[in-house]
Design a protein around this ligand. Sequence first.
Ligand code: NAD
Length: 239
Amino acid sequence: MTTHAPHVLVTGSTRGIGAAIVQALHARGARIVGHGRADGPGGVGADLSVPGEADALWVRALERLDGRIDVLVNNAGVFEAVAVDAPDEAWRDGWDRTMQINLQAAADLSRRAVLHWRGRGAPGRLVNVASRAAYRGDSPAHWHYAASKAGMVGMTKSIARGYAAEQILAFAICPGFVMTGMAEDYLASRGGERLLADIPLGRVAEPAEVAAAAAFLALDAPASMTGAVLDINGASYVR
Ligand code: NAD
């Protein structure tokens, strides 16, 4: 890690887990560019459902950070349902959109980051926010979500193995339910009590807990941890 304040790009930082990650990294003195769907006080706008936007985001973030990014946090993601008996077009559209935002955009940004770090001969760290669903699977309406997050874990491990010798480190985080807007909707739609009964800790995680793990991986984790996937799920899925 650099001796200067680390330069960090955090995607999906307008709310929820991403906003908590920005807060945690800010407290550690990082210089951060945030991101949301549109330009705003929180950072650079880029609609990651549009192919190519992730690359444009990287270029703009790099400009804002004076040509150096040390850490990329791929946090932006959607959790959208598509029923198994949906019309064919809606089914494919749902898959395309989720895979584009959750996996392809993260892959495009990771690629830019790896090329940037290799080009500079500099170390770099990648933190991917995946999900418990990568290992446990998800509801019948969320095959695509689980598949996108499992893909993210596989991608993270490939990057870790491929570039460790160049001090390019890659980590993933797999939260279970986290009390953000998205989780609240989910809990309400599924009957909160039943879901909570499945979590030995007795509650869903707080965004700050995920952010603490992200900040650790982004700034502190020993290099030998590269390729690690951290679970944050109150022991609701122990592997
Ligand atoms: P959230 O819905 O509160 O925030 C998602 C962020 O992603 C927002 O900043 C939003 O602007 C951004 N985003 C979504 N679609 C986008 C698009 N098309 N273009 C650009 N940006 C877009 O979600 P959250 O709960 O904070 O989740 C953050 C990450 O954590 C996601 O990857 C999610 O899959 C993962 N996760 C969340 C939970 C949970 O229970 N909340 C559990 C496991 C994993």
